[in-house]
Each structure stands twice: as C-alpha cells, then as structure tokens.
Design a protein around this ligand. Structure first.
Ligand code: CP
Length: 326
C-alpha cells in the first residue's frame, strides 16, 4: 500500500504504479463499506474541489459533487461557458488562480487534440492536484470504477480472464476514444487477456496500443486486435462493447457518421451475449444509445453490471480525492 499520494495529479492511470492503483482500490472499498454502514468519513473537511466542465455530464458531475460532500468538503460546478475562458483566461491562469482558491481542480475537456494538453497545462501551473474527468485520450476514473467492478464480480486475481473491449455502432454523436484507450491500458496491467475489437476505420492511437502491448508482456496477460464483432464475444468473461468516433481516420463528423453507417449491425443483443461465457458480464460506461448500440434486454438484463460501474465512480473518486487532496 502506498501512503504518499498527497498532491498527485490523476491524468492517466498509466502514470500511477500498480501498487498505487491497488491502494486506490483498497481505500475505495473502505469508503464504500463506510457509506453502506452510515459511518462518517469526513476526510476532506473544509476542502474545496473546483470542477471545470467544457462538456456535459451526468455521472461524473453528480458523483464528484456527492463525493466531496460525503468527505466533508465542497465541490464547485464551473461550466467553461460561464467563465472568462472564451475571453482570454489561459490554461496557465486557470491553474494558477483556481489552484489558489481550491484544494483540487477537476477538468473535463474532450476536444480532440486539445483536451489532454489543456489539462496538462493547468496541472503544470497548479499548486493543487489536477484530476482528469475525461479528456480526448483518457477517462481514468471511469476505468478505475470498471476495474473495481470487475474485481467485485471475479475476485482480485484477474489472471486468465478475457475482456473484450469492442466498438459498437451508435448514431447520437462521435463519442470520444478515451474509454477504450484507458481500458486497454489498465486491464493489460492486471494479467488479463485483452481483446480490442473494431472495424478498420476505428483504430485507437498507435502509441496507446503499443503501451497496451507492452503492459500485457510485462504483466503476463495478452493483447490482441480483432475486426469481427462476433469473434470478440466468443468465450469472453467480460464484454465491454461501446461506440467511439473514427477520429484516427477522419475528424469530419459527417464523414465519420457515414463510415459508421457501414456497421449498424454492430449491436449487442442476446445472441451476441450467448457467444460469451454463460457467467460473462456486460459493461458500459453509459450513456448508451439504447436499441442501436445495445438492446434493452441486454443492458437491463441479468448479465449487465452498468449500475454497479456507475456507483463505483463515486467510491474510486472519493478514494483518489482523499489520498491526493489531504
Ligand atoms: N460515464 C460517464 O463519464 O458519464 P457522464 O458523461 O454522464 O459523466
């Protein structure tokens, strides 16, 4: 267990050691138990988290805000449109100034080619920890919650378990690639057999794929890339099919939408679920395009753990805040 995490940024799990991530999980389970028993745990009394959103959110906003209240502190909801950012406040100024008012800065900035760089510039200037609430490259708190959920279902030793991280069709918008990228980076560090399944146009960033390959080699798991939706499900223990944009192929929304139309049959339904192991779990970070990305009977069915994933956002975020913002 690592106890010296005060002041650390959480921008990607890849920058935290495996032991540090295990510490986050240990603390998250402790805080989850305390909340279930009604035990007070005001570990961040009088502390303030500034939450800066450039994009909308349901789970992230509510879980961070609730988490800070449960820890005895306060979270400020700041929408970028209501600030002076469009009139000139730079990332450096945001880091310097909000860092002087608060004890932590959390940011969601998903603009392709901009988000991660923006968060890193704020972090560089900030005297307090910076927490990535999702950028164009990573969604670390989602993936920590996912790992916590998988361990709750299968136990902490995940060696030999197969997870299928798959693209799926959606029509609502070109979703970021941060979730599949973060999944392949973290799950390959826990000895799992990680499958990445997508049509050729939906490639992830080559350096992220390389890091996932290196992680698998180092931690005794495997990493493979498939292009057949059904094959990805075959005998998997965990299936995580979700949509993302063809951002490595085109940044044009209309072109990306047209590419997606070729793959409208990439929908998770009960037939696909029957290809996985009988005890397999279905995961999705939500929101999902119901009956386009996944059928109602699967997302609401007995194999779905989507609400446990959503709940665990609260617990892992509280753990990271308690460890870094003390
Ligand atoms: N999964 C997730 O990050 O949800 P929100 O976009 O609603 O925060």
């Amino acid at each position: 267990m690592q106890t010296d995490l005060r002041g650390r940024d959480m921008i990607t799990t890849q920058e935290w050691t495996k032991e540090e991530i295990e510490t986050v999980l240990d603390v998250a389970w402790d805080l989850k138990r305390k909340r279930a028993l009604g035990e007070p745990h005001a570990l961040l009394r009088d502390k303030v988290l500034g939450m800066l959103f450039f994009f909308s959110s349901t789970r992230t906003r509510v879980s961070f805000e609730s988490g800070m209240a449960q820890l005895g502190g306060h979270a400020q909801f700041i929408e970028s449109q209501t600030t002076q950012i469009s009139h000139g406040d730079t990332a450096k100024e945001i880091g310097e100034i909000i860092g002087r008012y608060t004890d932590g800065i959390a940011i969601r900035q998903c603009d392709w080619g901009i988000g991660n760089q923006y968060i890193r510039e704020v972090a560089e200037a900030s005297r307090v920890p910076v927490l990535n609430m999702q950028c164009d490259i990573y969604h670390p708190f989602q993936i920590l919650a996912d790992l916590m959920t998988i361990m709750e279902k299968f136990g902490r030793d995940l060696k030999g378990k197969t997870i299928n991280v798959s693209w799926a069709y959606a029509s609502s918008y070109q979703k970021p690639i941060s979730v599949p990228q973060s999944l392949i980076l973290l799950m390959t560090r826990f000895g799992m057999n990680v499958r990445l399944t997508h049509p050729e146009e939906y490639k992830l960033m080559p350096d992220i794929v390389q890091q996932a390959q290196d992680n698998a080699k180092k931690h005794g798991g495997s990493f493979e890339i498939l292009d057949d939706f059904d094959a990805g499900f075959k005998d998997a223990d965990i299936v995580y099919p979700k949509s993302w944009g063809a951002l490595l192929t085109t940044t044009d929304n209309a072109e990306s939408a047209a590419i997606g139309k070729k793959y409208t049959d990439w929908i998770t339904d009960s037939r696909r679920m029957s290809l996985a192991k009988p005890e397999a779990i279905y995961m999705h970070c939500l929101p999902a395009d119901r009956n386009i990305e996944v059928t109602d009977d699967v997302v609401d069915g007995p194999q779905s753990v989507v609400y446990d994933e959503a709940e665990n956002r609260l617990h892992v975020q509280k753990a990271v805040m308690a460890l870094t913002m003390r």
